[in-house]
Structure formats: C-alpha cells, structure tokens
Design a protein around this ligand. Sequence first.
Ligand SMILES: Nc1ncnc2c1ncn2[C@@H]1O[C@H](COP(=O)(O)OP(=O)(O)O)[C@@H](O)[C@H]1O
Ligand SMILES: [Mg+2]
Ligand SMILES: [Zn+2]
Length: 281
Amino acid sequence: MNEFDSPILSVRHLNKQFGNGCESCRTQNPEQMLKNYCPVCGTVYACKDVSFDVYPGEVLGIVGESGSGKSTLMKCLYFDQEVTSGVAYIHTYKDGKKNLFEESGQYKRYIRNHLMGKVYQNPILGLKMDFSSIGNIAEKLISAGERHVGTMEARGIELLDHVCIPIHRSKEAPKNFSGGMQQRVQIAKALSNKPPLLLLDEVTTGLDLSVQASVLDLIKNLQRELEISIVLVSHDLGVIRMLADRTLVMLEGRVIEQGLTDQILEDPQHQYTQQLVHSLL
Ligand SMILES: Nc1ncnc2c1ncn2[C@@H]1O[C@H](COP(=O)(O)OP(=O)(O)O)[C@@H](O)[C@H]1O
Ligand SMILES: [Mg+2]
Ligand SMILES: [Zn+2]
C-alpha cells in the first residue's frame, strides 16, 4: 500500500442494530446500557458508527473480544445482513460513487460474485459439504457467469493446487477433509473469480495450532502473490499480529482504536487495547 493509492473499500458510519430501540436506549446513554444491549427493550447495538478504509494490497486486521461486532460487520459488508444505516463504496465499482448498501439484490449479487470473496469460520456456511471440492468452486464460477466446463475444471484444479489440496482429491467432498483442508477449499472458492477484496472471519479459530499456522502462512503467501486486499477478523491478536498491516480494535460495537499494527502493539492507546497487548506477552 502507499499513501497515494485510493482505498479499494470505504465504509462510513455503519450501524447495525437488532431490535427497534426504545426511548431509553436511543440516546445511547451508557448508564442505561449493558455493554451493547438495552435491558429495557432488548435491542442489541452490534455495530456503532463504524468507519474505515481498505487500501489496495493491504491486510486490515479487525480484533476484539467475542460479541464486539466483528462478524456482524463482515456480514453487513457481504450483504448477509442488512445494515441499519451507513454507506460503503468500492473504488472500482461505478466509479466509487454508489453506496453498495442501497444497490438492488441483483447488483449486490454481482458485487458478491465478482468483487468480494468470503471465508467463514464455520465451513458449513461457505461450502456445500456433499459436493466435490472442485464442484464447490465451479458453483462460484457459474454464479459469476462462467459456462464452459473445461475452463471451470482447469481453473478449479489451478485453485486447489494453489491452496495445496492434492489434485487427486479434487473430486472428494469437503466433509471428508480435515478442518484445515476445508478452510483451504473455502479460500480457493473465495478466490475463484479473482476478487480484489477478501473477507476472512475467524478462519483459523478452532484449528490446531500447527494447522492454524499453515493456513495463516497460505493466506500471507496468496496475499503477496495476488496483491489482493484482505479484511482479517479475529479475536486473537496473535493472528492479527502475524498478518495485518493495519488494525482496527473493536469493543462493544465501536472502533476504539486504529492504526498500523506495529504501532498498536508497541504503544496501545486505549485501556482495552493495552490489556489485549499485555495478554500477548
Ligand atoms: N441475529 C442476531 N440477533 C440478535 N443479536 C445478534 C444477532 N447476531 C449477533 N447479535 C449480537 O450482536 C453482537 C455482536 O455479535 P457478533 O458480530 O457475532 O460479534 P463477534 O463476531 O465480535 O463475536 C453480540 O452481542 C451478539 O449477541
Ligand atoms: Mg464472530
Ligand atoms: Zn431500548
């Protein structure tokens, strides 16, 4: 990334709440709230006024404890959930002038299929476990308009090879694979239409440490080679430290700190970030 590049993705004032809110919580008076939850009406304020940019070829880390709103943010960006309010622009989409959240379903599908890839913590959400691995990739290629079987097969094999799935296993279903291999297939699928932006939500959480290291290594290598931009979400600052150029820290739905990862690790400003960093040492 360099400072003269424009961001590939810009997000401003993103809010997501579950519930309609009530008089008590609309003012967001902290004394009336239990973290992000209103005890009067039960509304959860999962993301509050989240703004950030993602630059070409960078890894942006998002770190925060469980429940801080990381997955909700990723779901909103991938249109798995509707935002309550806010805007997002992709620089290469309609000259960066169209708020993605206001696009029709048809255009949102286009954006998901061509401009973004997503990898879920739970592979069941990202893969058809009974389809062959190469079939999972073909499905994504078809959704982006590919029709030629030979092309799809060649691309599928290339992608699986890229993520180190042996070619002779390409017809096997992900349900037969280990957790680490399933994540590799998800990554291959997410990359299949060469999107400029990859969204990774806790992709190594729950894997054995050695497997986790090898998947992180793969992500790092792919990112360098493809010069793709990545938003990497994790509750584990160790994972963020390994990969992220810049980092946002989330707490109770808000971004409480952001900056270069090295700077945040060396000189955390917010008390919560200080705790996170100290627990790494
Ligand atoms: N569908 C939903 N309905 C109500 N509350 C939800 C829903 N999804 C998430 N939440 C709440 O939103 C908050 C943020 O959750 P989430 O984005 O999953 O956090 P994280 O990924 O950081 O652990 C949590 O308080 C969670 O309970
Ligand atoms: Mg989550
Ligand atoms: Zn309320």
